[in-house]
Design a protein around this ligand. Structure first.
Ligand SMILES: Cc1cc2nc3c(=O)[nH]c(=O)nc-3n(C[C@H](O)[C@H](O)[C@H](O)COP(=O)(O)O)c2cc1C
Length: 175
């Protein structure tokens, strides 16, 4: 184990590697811009913030096109990806590409495009935007959800994978 110490000395590549030890799921954030054009990007910074009222957060790179469209529209949808949706995760992470090219659009209840066949959808209104370094933290008030069972797409150390071995007991506080 190689320690890195001291404020302001952490190289961005080290920061990425260190946080890459934290296994996450993968989601696609979608929205419509002011012209009604769809935007979407792959994220793993999705976090549950509050249960009452229901609130989540996503950290957007300040220059991401989807971040600008979310700021303009004030709403967005989250699609939590299933294990077999790795190609969708790669598509929506491609820089400068038209992420929706050739994809049939499916809309949620609030007229925001969503990724079909995802494990869960959350439709959100922007509650607050907080600039944090080179990212913008967007708090979303959850307005509608749907979900289904299935294996999730996971991300660890820059690689996609499956989440297997669910043999442990669920903690008592979860349900
Ligand atoms: C697994 C994975 C997770 C990612 N998570 C984030 C994230 O949380 N925030 C972010 O700004 N970019 C994230 N990215 C990078 C964006 O998906 C990528 O920059 C995308 O091209 C932005 O698209 P846009 O500019 O059209 O909005 C992630 C990429 C991958 C592959």
């Amino acid at each position: 184990m190689s320690p890195t110490t001291g404020p302001g000395v952490l190289d961005p590549a080290d920061m990425r590697r260190v946080m890459g030890r934290f296994t996450t799921g993968v989601a696609v954030i979608t929205t419509l811009d002011a012209d009604g054009d769809p935007h979407g990007m792959t994220v793993n910074s999705l976090t549950s913030v509050s249960l009452e009222p229901p609130m989540i957060l996503v950290c957007f790179g300040a220059r991401a096109r989807t971040a600008l469209a979310v700021a303009a529209s004030g709403r967005f949808a989250v699609s939590i990806l299933a294990a077999r949706q790795e190609p969708i995760a790669r598509r929506f992470a491609g820089r400068g590409e038209d992420h929706f090219a050739g994809l049939p659009l499916t809309y949620g209840e609030h007229d925001v495009p969503v990724v079909p066949d995802a494990l869960a959808h959350l439709e959100c209104a922007v509650e607050r935007r907080i600039t944090a370094g080179d990212h913008v933290v967007v708090l979303g008030a959850v307005q509608r959800t749907c979900d289904r069972d299935g294996p999730p797409l996971a991300f660890l150390g820059g690689r996609f994978g499956d989440f297997t071995g669910r043999g442990h007991e669920a903690p008592a506080w979860f349900f």
